[in-house]
Design a protein around this ligand. Structure first.
Ligand code: KIV
Length: 271
């Protein structure tokens, strides 16, 4: 595990890859969970644009806005002491021109206090990644299934199954490393392909549905806690069933209120 006291930085990520220490990342959207995850030793908190689906109930990430991401990243940053906080840049805030990307990513860094941004895409986005890194903005890449391109990709499906697309993914990863990205998320990539990419890079890969050989793993917090019943997938391991716990607790509360059993004397003030 990375040093338990020192804040996690981009350098920590590189050192962890060198020492073959696995990086633990989870999505996080608020200060309360940020405090819990930070205290549990999670290395990086990704304020994913998945917040638009998980908390805001949208069908895709495409309608997430810059204001929304700034709000959630700010409150996550309040709860994080050691963990690196990474803000997912929403659709169309970095793809149009490198200058616009610098303005929007710079605004996120300055206004939220986060440590890095994440952008989706491979070789075509590499010049923008270079422009961001050149002005001092740490960038995490994201290739494979890139949810902001869900319609172009024909759905949420595994990427890089055949040799041609696998080679393109490998070249994309190299282009991001060459452009100065400090880590790359690999989403929904066959395990042997993700392993090959991971071995070919000096920067760490963080897998989600990309097998065990990646340098780290990320999951959507509400999926792994069993809170988000609208989503299930082969790669998600449920470490808890919190939706069941919530239903049980709320039903008990409702029954006790209806039957006059809550509040009891111990919850009431005499004077
Ligand atoms: O938005 C998100 O939660 C993500 C992860 C799935 C990597 O990008």
């Amino acid at each position: 595990m990375a040093d338990e006291l020192r804040p996690v930085t981009t350098h920590t990520f590189l050192k962890m890859k060198e020492k073959a220490e696995r990086i633990v990342m989870l999505t996080c959207y608020d200060a309360l969970f940020a405090r819990l995850l930070d205290a549990s030793g999670v290395d990086a908190l990704l304020v994913g644009d998945s917040v638009n689906q998980v908390l805001a109930g949208a069908e895709t990430t495409l309608s997430a806005t810059l204001e929304q991401m700034i709000y959630h990243t700010k409150i996550v940053r309040r709860g994080a002491q050691r963990a690196m906080v990474v803000c997912d840049m929403p659709y169309l805030t970095y793809q149009v021109t490198p200058a616009e990307a610098i303005r929007n990513c710079g605004r996120v860094l300055a206004e939220t206090g986060c440590h890095a941004v994440k952008v989706e895409g491979g070789a075509p986005i590499a010049p923008t990644v270079r422009a961001l890194v050149d002005v001092g903005i740490p960038v995490m890449g994201h290739i494979g299934l890139t949810p902001q391109s869900v319609h172009a990709l024909g759905g949420y499906r595994v990427q890089g199954r055949d040799d041609a697309t696998a080679l393109r993914l490998k070249n994309d990863a190299q282009a991001l490393e060459d452009a100065g990205a400090f880590a790359i998320v690999l989403e929904l990539v066959p395990a042997p392909r993700a392993s090959e990419i991971t071995k070919s890079l000096t920067i760490p890969t963080i897998g989600i549905g990309a097998g065990p050989a990646c340098d780290g793993q990320v999951l959507v917090l509400h999926d792994m806690l069993g809170l988000n019943e609208r989503f299930s997938a082969k790669f998600v391991k449920k470490y808890a069933s919190l939706a069941d716990d919530v239903r049980e607790a709320v039903s008990l509360y409702a029954a006790e209120v209806r039957e006059g059993r809550y509040p009891g004397p111990e919850h009431s003030f005499g004077k």
